[in-house]
Write a protein that binds this ligand. Structure first.
Ligand SMILES: [Zn+2]
Length: 343
């Protein structure tokens, strides 16, 4: 009896998953917009399948919707759990939506990890490099690993991901890390992207996908006019077209944003936050000789252009081998680190 019940459940979940992957084919996204709304689940039944435990506002389970779009003649929304910082794409008609201005979002969700992270990132927006959150998880032993995939002609440094998996497979599986993707990298490296996705499917890695802009422009001008600060930059293209491309490639955009070159100014940090995105910096860019400490957000480039950073990282893993085995040096999920910091 028990067996047949669990079999039935398995069949049911398989159908559900198949249906989902069919429904979530986002080849042709239209009307992709920043659209803030309080999203309450229509059904009284708890929503299954989600790492998203809803936020309770005035006794009502609610998420925050930050984007809306249509695909396959259906309306979708991108939802954020403001406590866990998880994101999810879902059909809009499963929710009652009340539109919000960005200022309302900040007010309504002010006690959540989401708004506290936005505020913490904004408080650090004065410097020209490395604005945003650059350190998470207080009092924990380990780091948060972020890997940037800027446009590149070279192949992905698969050894980074392989080494993380090899080192942590008996300790933390799937191993959490964040990958910042640029549009131009995704367009040129479909095989590498599919390989990364296969590691996620095999539950070897748990990847938080971070927006790293569509074009990731870089020029020969001083930093104040370079990267996203370059004259003529179209932020809607850089932010929203990149998210559309992420969705088309089967990646769920997270609430995080990494500035190309880690370069920004106060105005652009405010503009990026108005898209509902939390800028993430790094206090340990390994190729620049910055040493990681407990809770560091470590940055390496995985696009084949940063041999030193990759070498330093492999070396770092080696020196921490014993600590990893004793669970004294772990990898932390960016989302959980911030949730913990601001709980
Ligand atoms: Zn970059």
């Amino acid at each position: 009896m028990k067996l047949s019940r669990s079999l039935l459940l398995t069949v049911f979940s398989l159908c559900f998953l198949t249906h989902l992957s069919f429904a979530q084919n986002f080849d042709d996204i239209k009307k992709y917009n920043v659209n803030y709304a309080l999203a309450r689940i229509n059904s009284k039944k708890p929503v299954k399948n989600i790492s998203l435990a809803p936020n309770n506002i005035d006794g009502i389970d609610a998420f925050l919707a930050i984007r809306s779009f249509t695909a396959n003649d259906q309306k979708y929304i991108l939802l954020v759990n403001p406590n866990s910082l998880d994101t999810k794409v879902d059909l809009a008609n499963k929710y009652s939506l009340s539109s919000l201005q960005y200022s309302n979002v900040l007010a309504i969700f002010k006690n959540t990890a989401y708004v506290k992270s936005l505020e913490a990132a904004e408080a650090k927006d004065l410097q020209l490099q490395n604005a945003g959150i650059d350190h998470a998880i207080p009092n924990e032993k380990g780091i948060t690993l972020t890997i940037d995939l800027c446009p590149s002609h070279k192949a992905l440094d698969r050894i980074i991901f392989q080494s993380v998996f090899d080192e942590f497979k008996k300790i933390e599986q799937p191993s959490p890390l964040a990958v910042s993707v640029s549009g131009k990298w995704m367009l040129k490296h479909q095989d590498d992207l599919n390989w990364l996705k296969s590691l996620v499917e095999k539950k070897e890695l748990n990847i938080t996908w971070v927006n790293h802009t569509y074009n990731h422009q870089v020029n020969k001008l001083p930093l104040a006019e370079n990267f996203l600060l370059a004259p003529g930059t179209n932020l809607d293209v850089e932010v929203l077209e990149n998210e559309k491309l992420m969705l088309k490639n089967g990646l769920t955009p997270s609430v995080f944003f990494r500035f190309p070159g880690l370069v920004s100014d106060k105005t652009i940090v405010e503009k990026i936050e108005a898209y509902g995105l939390i800028p993430v910096g790094s206090d340990a860019w390994l190729a620049k000789g910055q040493q990681p400490n407990s809770g560091s957000i470590v940055l390496i480039h995985g696009n084949g252009n940063e041999e030193i950073g990759v070498k330093d990282f492999i070396q770092l893993l080696k020196t921490k081998q014993a600590d990893v085995k004793n669970k004294q040096w772990l990898l932390f999920d960016l989302r959980q680190g911030l949730e913990k910091e601001f709980e």
